[in-house]
Design a protein around this ligand. Structure first.
Ligand SMILES: NC(=O)c1ccc[n+]([C@@H]2O[C@H](COP(=O)([O-])OP(=O)(O)OC[C@H]3O[C@@H](n4cnc5c(N)ncnc54)[C@H](OP(=O)(O)O)[C@@H]3O)[C@@H](O)[C@H]2O)c1
Length: 343
């Protein structure tokens, strides 16, 4: 029998992607969809991409009680709003994968520094498992609550962690320059996301310090035991989906960095380290759950590392399914594409 799944935040971009993935998943089944301003409407009336029996489902309110049969809840709600729903789902005995940032930090002080607010359920911080799957498989498999990583941190940490572990990176001068498609900012109406503001334009944002910088530093420490100072600047681009992160790094043994990454990810289904001289593109990973990584040593102490993910897949819903697979004892690749929608 399939595992009944609820998606809270089903009308957003990551919620819609979860519906698509779960609809073709062999062991999960959409049993409950919830939204906020669109609650009460039919999913198909709000989501142009949605079809079949799921389109005919009525959207519950995000704070409505969850059906008894639901075993797994994905919370794809704005940060700040997710925590209460996560708490209620756990109290109701469900397992939760939270796509928001509400449980990605280990201390209230760090959460508050990054998000500028108090957290209503900081008592769950210790229990939440940060689900960068490649580094947390064992803990994710036994978790009740998985905090799915942010898209920018995923695209940064996957290339960075093996290099930090190898001790070859100067941890004081890490520059992370990321570009994201507009879906990274979510579906709600905002003036700076209007077509005329975004089209034919590229814009840096998140100054002086984007909240994901704290997440990157926290999990560089968590997974590689490295104290880093990360200078991170995100940019928004006029494309629907995709994320490209360029890291400007310095350190030693730069001729070995590509090999370090190739070895680290040789057996990983969703991380592809490209050959010498090749660099990834967002089109090359679009629609897949992959992170592609390219490396170019500029000198004996300077290296550029580039990574690409689909922000809605490895950066959100895809990694959430990868984690949920482990939580229920399935092969982590189940229901996820290794191949991109290309061209
Ligand atoms: N987009 C990405 O690439 C990405 C990547 C990684 C992580 N995330 C995180 O995943 C979460 C969802 O992102 P998204 O891009 O899918 O967002 P989104 O497109 O803006 O969708 C947000 C969803 O939450 C609901 N919602 C809005 N305000 C709410 C409130 N106050 N209380 C309860 N529900 C509310 C919306 O319902 P209505 O439509 O009915 O109002 C909608 O279903 C966010 O925390 C985001 O930071 C996003």
């Amino acid at each position: 029998m399939n595992i009944a799944v609820a998606i809270l935040g089903a009308t957003g971009y990551t919620g819609a992607e979860l519906i698509r993935l779960i609809d073709s998943h062999p062991h999960f089944e959409v049993a409950h969809l919830a939204a906020h301003s669109q609650a009460g409407k039919l999913a198909g009336d709000v989501l142009p991409g949605c079809a079949g029996e799921i389109a005919a489902m009525t959207l519950a309110s995000a704070d409505a009680a969850l059906p008894e049969e639901v075993q797994l809840v994905f919370t794809a709600l704005p940060h700040g709003a997710a925590a209460t729903s996560v708490f209620a789902a756990l109290e109701a005995g469900k397992k939760v994968v939270d796509l928001s940032a509400d449980f990605r930090h280990k201390t209230h002080a760090t959460y508050k520094a990054a998000y500028g607010a108090d957290h209503p359920h900081a008592e769950l911080f210790d229990e939440a498992v940060y689900g960068l799957t490649e580094y947390a498989r064992h803990d994710v498999a036994g978790a009740r609550l998985v905090a799915n990583p942010g898209c920018y941190p995923t695209s940064t940490l996957l290339p960075l962690i093996p290099l930090l572990k190898a001790g070859v990176v100067d941890t004081t001068s890490i520059i992370v320059d990321s570009k994201s498609g507009t879906s990274g900012a979510g579906r709600s109406a905002k003036t700076d996301l209007l077509y005329c503001e975004i089209n034919e334009s590229v814009k840096a944002y998140g100054f002086p310090r984007h909240r994901h910088a704290w997440e990157m530093e926290e999990w560089a420490r968590g997974f590689a035991d490295a104290d880093t100072r990360i200078r991170f600047v995100p940019h928004i681009l006029p494309m629907n989906r995709g994320m490209l992160t360029t890291m400007h790094l310095s350190g030693r043994d730069t001729d070995k960095w590509l090999d370090i990454l190739i070895k680290a990810y040789a057996d990983e289904p969703f991380v592809k380290v490209l050959k010498q001289g090749a660099m990834p593109s967002t089109a090359g990973v679009s629609g897949s759950n992959r992170c592609d990584i390219g490396v170019c040593a500029l000198s004996d102490h300077e290296v550029v590392v580039v990574s690409c993910i689909d922000n809605l897949l490895k950066g959100a819903a895809g990694q959430a399914i990868q984690n949920a697979n482990l939580m229920f004892g399935f092969d982590e690749t189940t229901g996820l594409a290794r191949h991109a929608l290309w061209p």
